[in-house]
Ligand binder design. Sequence first.
Ligand SMILES: Cc1cc2nc3c(=O)[nH]c(=O)nc-3n(C[C@H](O)[C@H](O)[C@H](O)COP(=O)(O)OP(=O)(O)OC[C@H]3O[C@@H](n4cnc5c(N)ncnc54)[C@H](O)[C@@H]3O)c2cc1C
Length: 423
Amino acid sequence: MPDTSADSFDVIVVGAGPGGSSTAAYLGRLGRKVLLLDKASFPRDKTCGDALSGKSMRVIRELGLVAEVEKLPHGSITGVTFSSPNSTQVSIPFQSSDPNREGGTGYCIRRYNTDNLFFTAAKKTPNVTTMEKFQVNEVVMENGMAVGVKGIALTDPARAERIYRAKVVVGSDGVNSAVARAVLGEKAQLDPSHSCDAVRAYYSGVKGMNGQIEIHFVKSVMPGYFWIFPLDNGTANVGLGLLSGDLAKKMKKDKTNLISMMNNIIQNEPMFKERFADSKPLGPITGWRLPFGSKRRQLAGDGWVLVGDAASLVDPFSGEGVGNATNSGRIAAQFIDEAIERNDVSRLSLARYEVAVWDEFGKELSTSYKMQQLGRHSWLLNLVVGKAATKPKVRELISASLSNEEAKKKFENPLTYLWLLLT
Ligand SMILES: Cc1cc2nc3c(=O)[nH]c(=O)nc-3n(C[C@H](O)[C@H](O)[C@H](O)COP(=O)(O)OP(=O)(O)OC[C@H]3O[C@@H](n4cnc5c(N)ncnc54)[C@H](O)[C@@H]3O)c2cc1C
């Protein structure tokens, strides 16, 4: 017989990554009684590029974590280096006036550390109860409303099922979200045109790192990109990502996979061979999937809300997901709190969260999708990077677009490319 002993909360948050931990921390601060569950125990690793976008800094600042972030082992990032398929390279500094970056500098921090910071902050927040090694298998539904979760404590040898009840269930359990599958059914399946497969590994001894994150549009892996992100102590996060649909075609045609493609770049590409000649891998190459926000899914329903990767909010151009995960958590907490206050956690009431998310991220995600589509054309990348390498005005435009939405939107305009041709 399943153990049906039920505990009751205002909100159950399933998944304690950056999205779930932020949601729980904000809700706890608002005085809501929260249960934060994760099947892993912290600190735990998460396959990622480890770059912390300027957008993540808003939540880090609001949760009072800037000083702790500074103390974590990190790479200080001052800009982005791009290379085009014809191997032209250009370095673009961040603008020192960017309000999202502390003194114009960004961070690369292993997710092992970043996620533990977010989780610990949530755990310390009044009104938040955390439970690690608890795997949620089902959302408990009553009359079409989500009213709790059912799962197992992975430490319990008997694996007895437990139920916890709440007014609202938050799915922040990542790309393979059990909550999203329970509430959305087939609509939670990833579309290969709007999701990406990526691998990464840690290395020491990579030569020529310049304190910038590096994004390389290497010819052999187009339309994907290869990255080198500097971490602490001369180490680097090195990876490769490709749209899932493109990868499937490449695998079939060239009988290859992401790991062989990445090793091939490191060992054979003239631009990287020498840089990796004395490098040492510090662990295995691991892979994971990124659900892009270019395809919108329903984010709220009767008694439930999705945030972060469970809500499919990753930027389709840069692959950044931590910023949208933490900020969707911030927004979700506000609207869940208000819905509970109104004593109405119906879809109509919680849909205000969904509207607010698209208001805040919608335009940026659609610009990024257009840029991702443009980035499929080698000639265009050659043109943009080539011009940027020689023209300060072009570098300034790209630099502005790294922090400013209006500047980024210019890359949607065909006239920008005419200007580039004539510049
Ligand atoms: C290779 C790669 C590189 C990337 N690079 C970057 C980058 O440089 N910068 C950036 O900002 N983003 C990057 N991303 C995206 C980023 O990793 C994600 O967007 C981010 O982790 C989303 O956070 P989250 O909290 O929504 O989900 P997650 O971080 O995936 O956390 C989900 C949590 O839910 C738990 N969980 C899952 N299922 C259950 C269950 N059934 N029951 C209980 N708990 C469960 C998991 O244990 C996990 O702790 C990258 C992704 C990949 C794959």
